[in-house]
Write a protein that binds this ligand. Structure first.
Ligand code: BTN
Length: 251
């Protein structure tokens, strides 16, 4: 994949910018990176806090795969992101890996979410594209995380005092991600990477809760199936979640 980099100091959302470029015919490999976002988008209509000190980017994919396989792309991105963070952080004194994946595609270190991934599909006539957006909190934000995410969010490094500059950190991490992701993406639909996804899965064996049709559910995570669905034991019955989000239930 030929990468064409567009660097912005500030934008509302790299996913929004890249979608616009995609509509204008930008090729696969177009990569929009921002130093900060004023309206970073998260999954399920949420926002993604995106101050200076993080890596925020969106990569344009024009897969030959049918659209229903977007899950393969996002789970491959989760594995690539986890590998990249580990390779980046392993030499640091505060390394706490291996990086774990919380189904579907959040990355966790020290039991804190350090990365979010939002893949958005775009149909143009017969053609289908995916805008793959990734946000990695590298440094702890100046002034800390906002109160609503302070208990959950974390960053790759524990301190803002680091031996290399933030921009050097961002370009290293970005290069590692692209290298890892490209290898997995080009091999799709080869699903062998799902074994690593399973090994990194932080939910396996845990009791989780979720809502379906307005009703609360609870189950124990059995694992991840071959379509990256979450397998749960709910009172003896095996249930598979294809999309959505679960929370770890505290007994
Ligand atoms: C989530 O955790 O719910 C997903 C967050 C995805 C954030 C990234 S940052 C770069 C790209 N641009 C956005 O507006 N969102 C994604």
């Amino acid at each position: 994949m030929e990468i064409q980099l567009v660097h912005l100091e500030e934008t509302d959302s790299t996913n929004r910018v890249l979608k616009e470029l995609a509509r204008e015919g930008a090729p696969e490999g177009t990569l929009v990176v921002a130093d900060r976002q004023t309206a970073g988008r998260g999954r399920l209509g949420r926002s993604f806090f995106s101050p200076d000190g993080g890596l925020y980017f969106s990569l344009l994919l024009r897969p030959a795969l049918p659209s229903f396989d977007t899950t393969l792309i996002t789970t491959a991105a989760a594995v690539a992101g986890a590998r990249a963070v580990d390779a980046f952080a392993v030499a640091r004194p505060d390394y706490a890996g291996p990086t774990q994946i919380k189904w579907v595609n959040d990355l966790y270190l020290r039991e804190r979410k350090i990365t979010g991934i939002l893949a958005e599909g775009l149909a143009q006539g017969e053609a289908f594209s995916v805008v793959l957006g990734v946000g990695i909190n590298i440094l702890p934000p100046e002034g800390g995380f906002p109160a609503d995410i302070a208990q959950k969010a974390g960053s790759v490094t524990l301190t803002r005092d680091t031996d290399i500059s933030p921009s050097e950190m961002k370009s290293r991490l970005l290069a590692l991600f692209i290298r890892e992701f490209e290898a997995l993406y080009e091999a799709l639909p080869d699903k062998r990477y799902l074994n690593e996804y399973r090994e990194r899965s932080m939910l396996t064996g845990k009791t989780v809760s979720y809502e379906k049709d307005g009703l609360p559910h609870r189950g124990t995570v059995l694992g991840i199936d071959d379509e990256a669905g979450l397998l749960l034991d709910e009172g003896g019955e095996t249930v598979c979640l294809r999309a959505g989000e679960v929370s770890v239930a505290f007994e």
